[in-house]
Design a protein around this ligand. Structure first.
Ligand code: ATP
Length: 245
């Protein structure tokens, strides 16, 4: 049984159908990257999984149980945590307070301390900034904080929506290295990225979305060598043209 199973999922914004009956699975321990252009439906997919949006049709199953009728906090309790697009850290709260918000489902002090230690070891930069207001952090640090906050609930499945968005190349590399470390610790990851090449390099499996549908699902390694994907999502055609100029 897959850790996460999506079956014929359709989600609407009013009359606009953003997901057109998508299906895919994520196996335990796997990193799955969802790539695709703006508006393809990537964020809608993960927001539906984490309960922020309700599907009109279809099912989301986590560890075999249907979760598509549950509230977001119930879904976090089951073990799905979401670092949203745009980071959404609480700017007027300190790093410590933001991280504690990520542990809101926990009441056991010791468990919270254990998660805090784990996150601060993973992100030493957050330890240095522990008592600083989050609005004073750089973009990369805020991204680390958003991921750290999501890890505070000790998720089985971590959803990362565009972790590299708006960051400098050096910082993007650091973020992807962290994704690799989290992955090596056995956490299953669903990763949304515009930065398709980097995402496919860390992922086991890649899902290509186009206008609310899944165009194809393949091993990430194969997608990196798929001509259509290279032209459409990895920008290779443009690089080659630039060389001819
Ligand atoms: P992006 O990288 O731009 O976030 P995406 O692949 O994540 O792209 P979604 O944000 O899931 O795409 O959007 C899917 C479709 O749903 C798009 O056509 C978008 O315009 C539409 N959409 C998204 N959010 C809303 C909303 N709040 N109200 C109406 N339509 C929306």
């Amino acid at each position: 049984m897959a850790l996460l199973e999506i079956r014929n999922l359709s989600t609407y914004y009013g009359n606009i159908q953003a997901l057109r009956g998508i299906s895919f699975e994520v196996e335990k321990g796997e990193t799955v990257a969802i790539i695709g252009n703006n508006g393809a439906g990537k964020t809608t997919t993960v927001n539906t999984i984490s309960g922020l949006l309700k599907p009109r049709d279809g099912e989301v199953r986590f560890m075999g149980e249907r979760i598509d009728h549950l509230r977001p906090d119930q879904i976090v309790r089951l073990g799905i945590s979401h670092s949203p697009e745009g980071r959404k850290v609480f700017p007027q709260m300190t790093v410590r307070e933001n991280l504690l918000m990520g542990a809101y489902i926990k009441t056991d002090r010791k468990a919270i301390d254990r998660s805090m230690e784990y996150v601060l070891t993973l992100f030493p930069r957050l330890k240095e900034r522990y008592h600083q207001l989050s609005e004073t952090l750089s973009g990369g640090e805020q991204q680390m904080l958003a991921i750290g906050r999501a890890l505070m609930s000790e998720p089985k499945l971590l959803i990362l929506d565009e972790p590299s968005l708006g960051l400098a190349p050096l910082i993007i590399r650091q973020i992807f290295e962290l994704v690799r470390v989290i992955q090596e610790q056995g956490i299953t990851i669903l990763l949304i990225e515009q930065n398709a090449r980097q995402a496919l390099k860390v992922a086991h499996c890649g899902i290509v979305m186009e206008t609310g549908r899944i165009a194809f699902v393949q091993e990430a390694r194969e997608l990196l060598h798929n001509d259509m994907v290279r032209k459409a999502y990895l920008g290779e055609k443009y690089q080659k043209e630039a060389i001819h100029l």
